[in-house]
Design a protein around this ligand. Structure first.
Ligand code: PLP
Length: 460
């Protein structure tokens, strides 16, 4: 039995709450590659970005030098409704695993949207409102981002148009209805509401959709209407900036008790929760103050960091977005229908990609049955029913803790528990029925995605 001088949950008081976001790009000697205008192949300027994004968000997107950016008071006030999120010491899991490791997780599922995505949704909606816009458009896959944005838009009285990947629209009616309850218009994608949607449907009439394709529709729907802008729930620099609230709070909580993590683990879809969680710690590493081991965990069925290429690619299937240099499987890559666990995006945040490329961050891929096994183990001892996405991080945290059991090391492990899985019970049902399989794309499968990469000079 361990001595429990550290509380099960560490909260922050009002004074301790972060009042600024941290921009890790400021401390990166080699910056992430700039977004490119797909027409000219020149770096996107603020003017180029204004067409798609709100002005303030465009500035944040391009700002590689300001380390700390004030969180507007209105956003701080909104954060107070559901933050700080608890930093939990997983004593029960440690006991169950009989590991000498100390495990902590930062739990972002304590809000109705059920995930960390609300941290950026409120920021993006706030800047849109401040600019006097009518509304915003976006895509959603599993539905967490759309739900978060719906909550933020309802709060600020902004219009919200969500293009929802068709397979999720049909399989996840409950998330769809949460969004509609918050006043959002939800359209299954691909749809006939946009030109790009019609084109994709003509080429692939039976497609169940993909995130990349829904992005294309949402962008078109924003740029073709007055008073609307597009917002994105992950991948972009601005989103990582907003999500730094996760890491900043975690750091204050750990510092209060003099706890220094050895290993920091996050699941990686587009890279925003991982980037946000690790940012302040990565800043210390980049400035040579401390060292940490960082691990990004992705699904074996959508392995952008572990098997992708580090090249310029489109962020969407319809090839209407700027080009981003990132680890990518190709914007045409669509994960197997058998894949249940979220994290389906073909690319990865340029910040996370560059950190990985520089060897500052490791990546691991895990198979979905092992992810659900970890989810179940976690739920049974820690009480929280985790999102499948989050469970990728749980998997590797458990693996690391079990390794400590073998070596006797008393490592301190911190992982991001990004959300709850109440809306993912179809995936849990499959797992419980023993109907879930693993799917690992072959090199030939991946080659099809790589063949669709844009044919542009890559060394810039
Ligand atoms: C969206 C989501 C993720 C993955 O997105 P990132 O941008 O990689 O953080 C992970 N967990 C949950 C619960 C999500 O909703």
């Amino acid at each position: 039995m361990k001595n429990k001088e550290i509380p099960y949950k560490i909260y922050l008081n009002e004074q301790e709450m972060p009042k600024q976001w941290y921009n890790v790009r400021a401390d990166m000697k080699k910056k992430p590659a700039p977004l490119l205008n797909p027409g000219t192949l020149e770096p996107m300027t603020a003017d180029d970005l204004y067409v798609v994004f709100c002005e303030e968000l465009a500035h944040q997107e391009l700002d590689d030098t300001t380390a700390y950016i004030d969180i507007p008071q209105e956003i701080q006030d909104f954060y107070r409704m559901y933050r700080p999120s608890p930093l939990v010491r997983a004593y029960c899991l440690e006991e169950k695993l009989k590991t000498p490791a100390k495990i902590y997780y930062k739990f972002e599922g304590n809000n109705t949207s059920g995930s960390h995505k609300l941290n950026s949704a409120i920021a993006q909606a706030y800047y849109a409102k401040k600019q006097g816009l009518i509304g915003v458009t976006t895509e959603t896959g599993a539905g967490q981002w759309g739900t978060a944005l719906s909550m933020a838009c309802a709060y600020l009285d902004l219009d919200c148009d969500v293009y929802m990947v068709k397979v999720s629209y049909e399989q996840k009616p409950f998330r769809r209805e949460v969004m509609r309850t918050y006043g959002t218009k939800v359209t299954p994608s691909p749809s006939t509401a946009t030109e790009v949607g019609k084109k994709i449907l003509a080429e692939h009439p039976n497609t169940t959709g993909s995130l990349g394709c829904a992005i294309s529709e949402a962008v078109e729907s924003a740029v073709s209407r007055e008073g609307y802008r597009y917002v994105l729930g992950s991948v972009l620099n601005q989103v990582l900036l907003h999500q730094s609230i996760i890491g900043l709070e975690a750091k204050v909580a750990l510092d209060k008790y003099g706890i220094v993590p050895d290993v920091i683990i996050g699941c990686a879809g587009g890279g925003s929760n991982l980037g946000g969680l690790i940012s302040p710690f990565m800043g210390e590493k980049l400035r040579g103050e401390k060292d940490y081991q960082f691990i990004a965990v992705e699904p074996a069925s959508c392995p952008s960091l572990t098997r992708g290429k580090y090249v310029y690619d489109f962020c969407d299937t319809g090839m209407v977005t700027p080009l981003a240099k990132m680890y990518t499987l190709g914007s045409g890559f669509i994960p197997s229908a058998n894949h249940a666990g979220g994290l389906r995006y073909h690319g990865m945040s340029p910040v996370v990609s560059e950190l990985f490329h520089q060897g500052l961050l490791e990546a691991r891929s895990v198979e979905q049955t092992s992810v659900f096994e970890a989810a179940e183990q976690f739920a049974r001892v820690e009480g929280i029913l985790p999102a499948p996405e989050s469970s990728h991080a749980i998997r590797v945290a458990i693996d690391e803790a079990l390794r400590c059991k073998e070596t006797g090391e008393e490592k301190t492990i911190l992982f991001g528990l990004t959300g709850t899985g109440y809306f993912d019970m179809l995936a849990y049902e499959k797992y419980n029925n023993g109907e879930m399989g693993d799917y690992i794309p072959s090199d030939e499968d991946l080659q099809k995605g790589f063949d669709g990469l844009p044919d542009i000079p890559q060394n810039r």
